[in-house]
Design a protein around this ligand. Structure first.
Ligand code: PRP
Length: 186
C-alpha cells in the first residue's frame, strides 16, 4: 500500500509552505546584507527541505553549513540529552549565524545547539524554524523566524520523518495513529 495511505490529514499544504517561506525570506532579506554574509546552519536531517527552499529565496550573500544532532533515548519525545553526529565544517567565530530547524518541540535540541554555539563566539545567532510546537516546550528557547505554530499532533513530511520514512512527502501531514501504535506494539 502507498505510504500516502498512512496519512490521516494534511496539516500544512505545499502552497502554504511555499507562501510562508517567501514571507520568512523577506524578513531575513531585510535583516542581513552582503557586507557581512551570515552562515545558515541546517540541522539535519529534518531541516534539509526547508533549507533548500529557504536559501533559494534569499537575496543576500550567505554560506551554508550542516550539523546533525541526535537525542539519546528512543521514542517520540526528546530526552534532553543530545550528541553531535556531524559538526560544522566552518568556524562561526565572529560570524552571523542563522540556525535552520524543521521543528522546535521540547526545545532541548535547540537549547543544546545555542549553548554549544555560544562557546564558539559568533557575532550573532538567530533561529528559523518551519514548525513550532509551543505546547510541548520544556525549556525556553528564542525562535526568531517561525513558519507555523502547530498543535501537538504527530506530524511528518517535508523533511520530517517517522521512523526515518516520509521525509519526501511534499507537505506536512498527520499520521494515522495506527501507524505508530502498530510499530510500538512490534
Ligand atoms: C527533531 C527536529 C529537532 C528536534 C526538536 O530532530 O529536527 O532537531 O527533533 O525536538 P526537541 O525540541 O524536542 O529537542 P530529530 O531528533 O527527530 O532528528 P532528524 O531531524 O534527523 O529527524
Amino acid at each position: 500500500m502507498s505510504m500516502f495511505s498512512d496519512i490521516e490529514h494534511v496539516l500544512v499544504t505545499e502552497e502554504e509552505i511555499s507562501d510562508r517561506i517567501a514571507v520568512l525570506a523577506e524578513q531575513m532579506n531585510a535583516l542581513y546584507s552582503d557586507d557581512d554574509p551570515p552562515i545558515l546552519v541546517c540541522i539535519l536531517k529534518g531541516a534539509f527541505m526547508f533549507l533548500a527552499d529557504l536559501t533559494r529565496k534569499l537575496t543576500f550573500r550567505h554560506e551554508l553549513d550542516f550539523m546533525e544532532i541526535s537525542s539519546y533515548g528512543t521514542g517520540t519525545t526528546s530526552s534532553g540529552v543530545v550528541r553531535i553526529l556531524l559538526d560544522l565544517a566552518s568556524s562561526i567565530e565572529g560570524r552571523h549565524v542563522v540556525i535552520v530547524e524543521d521543528i522546535v518541540d521540547t526545545g532541548h535540541t535547540l537549547d543544546y545547539i545555542l549553548r554549544n554555539f555560544a562557546a564558539r563566539n559568533p557575532a550573532s545567532v538567530r533561529v528559523a524554524t518551519l514548525l513550532n510546537k509551543p505546547s510541548r516546550r520544556e525549556i525556553d528557547v528564542p525562535v526568531h523566524f517561525v513558519g507555523f505554530e502547530i498543535p501537538n499532533e504527530f506530524v511528518m513530511g517535508y523533511g520530517l520523518d517517522y521512523s526515518e520514512q516520509y521525509r519526501n512527502v511534499p507537505y506536512i501531514g498527520v499520521l494515522k495513529p495506527e501507524v505508530y501504535q502498530e510499530s510500538a506494539e512490534d
